[in-house]
Design a protein around this ligand. Structure first.
Ligand code: NAI
Ligand code: MG
Length: 356
């Protein structure tokens, strides 16, 4: 039976970049026997414009029925004055929670062709290929109690860092499974010297490791990990951590690559269903100009093929096509450097299709 993909183009540059990614899916259907059905719906600002809600019931029904979701990006300055429940980002949080997408996978890759774009020395990042696995539905972002209240005549703010062992176990397993298909090494990040929650994290990671004789496990304190990411990022293969540490470390790691327009991400549930999106936002400053880089979204399709559609062969094909286009010297404005040919969104997409 064919798998169902729900396409959520979203706002800003979303429709432009998703348009190119959908063409890639079309080629895979026609030429390589990819058996999928596509549908589309509204999420974020475009949904607010149409119905007043960022995650409307119609989108929810389709998202629940889909095997995979491809998302562009949501948001834009025109929505900044809306009340919180109607903000586009609420749609994003709502769909992640609704689909129970607890595992956020963020590769930070540096293509050899783009190593000069990093803020670090090229030799430190050339060939960088790490995967950050971030827990996405728990931790201090969701823990109760939380709030701001008066105590002893002043305001006190508080949040709760909390993880159950089952929550830790399932995300650490995702990291080990991923490591098995990559470099075979997991580094678990915690702050066990001061936080009990993360002592439990470390203990459970050790327990999970016993099921994976072929994968090595190491541990690192989060402050050291932040330092090591800029000192010697290539020491890492898979890093696994909780929601708040992962939020910070994954942004740090992606910036090492110097090319926000190149990085995909996946958010998975326990059954292989996932939402796939570029890590960048809706880029309102360049929306509608035809200059956005579609490669992060196209590489998100590759992740979808690998993690939700059981077509790792096609994932590699898409990744090779992207690499070939870079070899040809084609660059959108965000990754352009002297001596390369500057192209727009559609021309970049067409080059990937040709390379496929
Ligand atoms: P952003 O990622 O949209 O843009 C940051 C900078 O990178 C801008 O100069 C933009 O032009 C550039 N850029 C981003 N993607 C690009 C691409 N594919 N090709 C070329 N250049 C690209 O982040 P910003 O400006 O902080 O946020 C803009 C809007 O996006 C906000 O409303 C924000 O809430 C939303 N946002 C949405 C996300 C999502 O849907 N997952 C994630 C981050 C931000
Ligand atoms: Mg963030």
């Amino acid at each position: 039976m064919s798998k169902k993909i729900l396409v959520l183009a979203g706002d800003g540059i979303g429709p432009e970049i998703v348009g190119e990614a959908v063409k890639v899916i079309g080629v895979l259907q026609r030429e390589y026997g990819l058996d999928v059905e596509l549908d589309s719906a509204l999420l974020g600002g475009c949904a607010v414009d149409a119905s007043g809600e960022p995650y409307p019931a119609a989108t929810q029904a389709k998202a629940r029925a889909a095997d995979a979701v491809l998302l562009g990006a949501v948001g834009g300055p025109q929505y900044d004055t809306l009340p919180r429940p109607q903000r586009p980002e609420r749609g994003l949080l709502a769909i992640r929670k609704d689909l129970n997408l607890f595992a956020n996978l963020r590769p930070a890759m540096v293509y050899p062709q783009l190593a000069a774009a990093s803020s670090l020395k090229p030799e430190l990042v050339a060939g960088l290929d790490i995967l950050i696995v971030r827990e996405l539905t728990g931790d201090i972002y969701f823990g109760e109690p939380r709030g701001i209240e008066q105590r002893n005549g002043e305001r006190v703010g508080f949040n709760t860092m909390i993880y159950s062992e089952s929550e830790i176990r399932r995300i650490v397993r995702v990291a080990f499974e991923a490591a098995r298909k990559r470099g075979g090494r997991v580094c678990s990040i915690d702050k066990m010297n001061v936080l009990e929650t993360t002592q439990l994290w470390r203990d459970v990671a050790e327990e999970v490791a016993r099921d994976y004789a072929d994968v090595s496990l190491s541990h690192m304190l989060v402050d050291n990990a932040a330092m090591q990411l800029v000192r010697n990022p290539k020491q890492f293969d898979v890093m696994v951590t909780g929601n708040i540490f992962g939020d910070i470390l994954s942004d740090e790691a992606s910036m090492l690559t110097g090319s926000i327009g190149m990085l995909p991400s996946a958010s998975l549930d326990e059954h292989g269903k996932g939402m796939y999106e570029p890590i960048h936002g809706s880029a309102p400053d360049i929306a509608g100009k035809g200059v956005a880089n579609p490669l992060a979204t196209i590489l998100s399709v590759a992740m979808m093929l690998r993690y939700s559609l059981e077509r790792a062969d096609l994932a590699e094909r898409v990744e090779r096509a992207v690499s070939r286009v870079l070899d040809q010297g084609l660059r959108t404005a965000d990754i352009w450097s002297a001596g390369c040919e500057k192209v727009g969104t559609v021309a970049m997409g067409a080059a990937v299709l040709a390379a496929l």
